[in-house]
Design a binder for this molecule. Structure first.
Ligand SMILES: CC(C)(COP(=O)(O)OP(=O)(O)OC[C@H]1O[C@@H](n2cnc3c(N)ncnc32)[C@H](O)[C@@H]1OP(=O)(O)O)[C@@H](O)C(=O)NCCC(=O)NCCS
Ligand SMILES: [Zn+2]
Length: 280
């Protein structure tokens, strides 16, 4: 199955996304294959589809190219020795940077940083961000109209943070300010029982910020990047204040999001049930 020609005129980035949607949700084709690494289905006989897959695959696995001067720096990691991480699966030390640049016998890591991106400039970084968010929404099956939490033109409802490694955006978090501009308590907070995914009835906890979206590219998962993104967001979302972990809520956590949430700020209830802070 091919994406419509008319949709290909408006620019390559958009095409990637629209075509992806068509390929995933479109009519049946006898030649559809599903990539087991990025999970995209596409027609292996169509040159166009193969090209679309190649781009999507690279984005999903390795993140998106990111210009060094995009965004405002919120955190920089320069201590190369501390880029070593204990791999959970292997129990061995592996570098956080999966593609270190070799320099003689020593390994040189490029700078890693987290930047915040403002939606009010119509430039490359905003377009890049929208492209990543479309991919994330597709992966999460999340509504695309919720993007306006970040790129609303009328007021600043939320903030986006991007993790950059080797000039690629490899993770993002979109944070929503649940108290809004006036600092008033929110009625959106709930507790979710981790096992059953049920919301606790008649309890309305007040959380300050919400994680609207969080995503890390596939080859960079399980290295603490999502955790770092949320930590830096907590320090940079409300001026002059570090939002405590306990004040961070999750929006409809996925399987992996639920696991991350349970580690990050799940609460053990006296009943023995693990509760996650969520918001609706
Ligand atoms: C959820 C996601 C953002 C986690 O990113 P990440 O960078 O791999 O997370 P971290 O490395 O910071 O994980 C922190 C902790 O959460 C746990 N965790 C995170 N994802 C997990 C998973 N898929 N399975 C098991 N545990 C997981 C880890 O055990 C880790 O704890 P530990 O260091 O004590 O072992 C990533 O898997 C992702 O992008 N998933 C697809 C998008 C998505 O589902 N987003 C969530 C929306 S709510
Ligand atoms: Zn693929």
């Amino acid at each position: 199955m091919k994406a419509k020609k008319s949709q290909r005129k408006t620019g390559k980035k958009q095409n990637l996304i629209q075509s992806t949607l068509q390929v995933n949700g479109g009519s049946k084709s006898n030649k559809l294959v599903k990539c087991d690494k990025c999970e995209m289905s596409y027609s292996s006989t169509s040159i166009e589809d193969r090209a679309i897959h190649e781009k999507y695959h690279a984005l999903q696995l390795h993140g998106r190219k990111w210009s060094p001067n995009w965004g405002s720096i919120a955190y920089t990691k320069r201590d190369h020795s501390s880029t070593m991480h204990l791999s959970r699966s292997m129990g061995t030390m592996t570098p956080l940077n999966s593609s270190p640049l070799k320099n003689g016998s020593s390994i040189v890591h490029q700078e890693e940083k987290i930047v915040s991106v403002r939606p009010d400039k119509s430039n490359g970084e905003v377009r890049a961000m929208m492209e990543i968010m479309t991919l994330v929404n597709n992966e999460l099956n999340a509504p695309h109209d919720e993007n306006d939490i970040w790129n609303s033109t009328t007021e600043e409802k939320g903030k986006a943070f991007v993790y950059i490694r080797n000039d690629r955006a490899i993770g993002i978090v979109i944070i929503e300010n649940l108290h809004g501009g006036n600092g008033k308590a929110s009625d959106r907070g709930r507790w979710m029982v981790y096992d059953s995914r049920r919301l606790v009835q008649n309890v309305y906890p007040d959380f300050k910020i919400g994680i609207s979206r969080i995503w890390v590219c596939r080859t960079a998962r399980n290295l603490g990047i999502a955790t770092k993104l949320i930590d830096i967001a907590r320090e940079n979302i409300i001026y002059g204040e570090v939002v405590p972990r306990s004040q961070v809520a999750w929006s409809q956590p996925t399987d992996s999001g639920g696991k991350l949430a349970s580690k990050y700020n799940g609460m053990m209830h006296k009943s023995g049930k693990l509760l996650l802070p969520v918001y609706i």
